[in-house]
Design a protein around this ligand. Sequence first.
Ligand SMILES: [Zn+2]
Length: 95
Amino acid sequence: MKNTFYTCPYCNEEYGDPVDLAHCILSFEEKKKIEEEKKRQEELELTRKAREEEIEAVEKKLNGLIRAYLKDYGSYHTTREFKEAQVPYLFHWYF
Ligand SMILES: [Zn+2]
């Protein structure tokens, strides 16, 4: 009977049992996924400050518009929903 060996593409280890091969491949792919997520977080960290400043600039502009509106019309009501913002949204009002 011919011995069949399966070679792992990640570590070149040879396995007689395809289930062992699958376990080896999965362990490498899991490590790869963790590395990719770590890299993604590092890249996000590089743009965090700039994106916060971008939000603050728009927030200040919005506050200015609403403050001017309130001065002229007394009250401001909106029924608009922030559909993209499913997380609680916090405004800082500068009155
Ligand atoms: Zn392997």
